[in-house]
Design a protein around this ligand. Structure first.
Ligand SMILES: [Zn+2]
Ligand SMILES: [Zn+2]
Length: 292
């Protein structure tokens, strides 16, 4: 009756075992660096492929946000070269600083991974932080001296396509990139210094990598040039998506946020966009009426 039940030691799952195997006997700085870089490239170009395929299928033209503007193969090629050059020369080396920085701050790297109920609230915090930071810095980038020297590069494509997401001046990539990496860092430091919210809330490298994947997918979707009926903004009304950011490329002003609609709405920088979409909906309605 008095026998105590000894706690079973935690068994690593398949993914956690692979993760541990990846680091075993290797330089952790190199492992994290190579893994994060390859992951970044696979997600960046991989997420673009479905949109590229849509370009070749006439049926999908109805979902194009700017159907009259056609990007040529030379545009895609120029963008790919520029983006690859930048990934190898600027983002790649920065990615290699990530491991020393993470371990220096005491971020967790080893398995086990955190549980889902602790991962998703962190992801939400990172999205909200990045969006707020992006809104401010992006709006500042439209101040003429900064626009001419830095941000103009990103606006080369008035009708953007997926891989144009990171087509930007290297300085812009670094400055806006802080929005992506700063969220996890600030969360981690604030939690460690002030909140002390239990070890289950500690930031794990895997959560940061997952956040980078989601942020990349969000950025590529926003630049895709397509608004499908199944796009996220039709399910989550405050999600910006391509419908929101494509207008920014088309009109060069307004809609400065990256992920959510609330800052542009609250600060009135989406007024022209909303009027424009309203006009489009009216025109569509009249056309339908004539058909009947
Ligand atoms: Zn802009
Ligand atoms: Zn853009």
């Amino acid at each position: 009756m008095n026998a105590t039940i000894a706690a079973e030691p935690y068994q690593l799952n398949w993914l956690e075992t692979q993760w541990e195997e990846m680091y075993k006997g290797r330089n952790p700085l190199l492992v994290t660096g190579v893994f994060a870089f390859v992951m970044h490239e696979l997600v960046y170009f991989g997420r673009f492929i479905p949109f590229l395929i849509c370009d070749f299928i006439p049926y999908f033209k109805q979902y194009k946000l700017q159907p009259n503007k056609v990007n040529k193969a030379s545009d895609y090629w120029k963008c790919t070269k520029q983006v690859l050059y930048q990934h190898l020369l600027f983002e790649g080396p920065l990615i290699f600083f990530f491991h020393p920085m993470a371990t220096l701050c005491g971020m967790k790297v080893a398995a086990p991974f955190p549980q889902w109920q602790y991962i998703w609230p962190q992801l939400v915090i990172f999205f909200v932080f990045e969006d707020f930071y992006h809104y401010i810095v992006h709006r500042l980038m439209h101040w003429p001296p900064l626009y001419k020297k830095i941000h103009k590069v990103h606006h080369e494509y008035a009708a953007p396509f997926g891989i144009a997401a990171e087509y930007a001046h290297p300085l812009e990539t670094s400055i806006l990139g802080f929005g992506t990496i700063g969220g996890p860092l600030i969360y981690h430091l604030v939690n460690k210094q002030y909140v002390h919210a239990g070890p289950q809330w500690d930031l794990h490298l895997v959560t940061v990598l997952l956040w980078i994947v989601l942020r990349l997918i969000q950025a590529i979707d926003a630049h895709s040039g397509y608004d499908f009926p199944w796009s996220l903004c039709h399910w989550i009304p405050f999600w910006a998506g391509a419908d929101h950011h494509d207008y920014h490329h088309m009109a060069f002003v307004g809609n400065y946020a990256s992920t959510f609609r609330w800052w542009d709405y609250l600060l009135g920088t989406d007024k022209k966009y909303r009027a424009y979409r309203h006009r489009q909906a009216e025109e569509r309605r009249l056309k339908e009426k004539k058909k009947l």
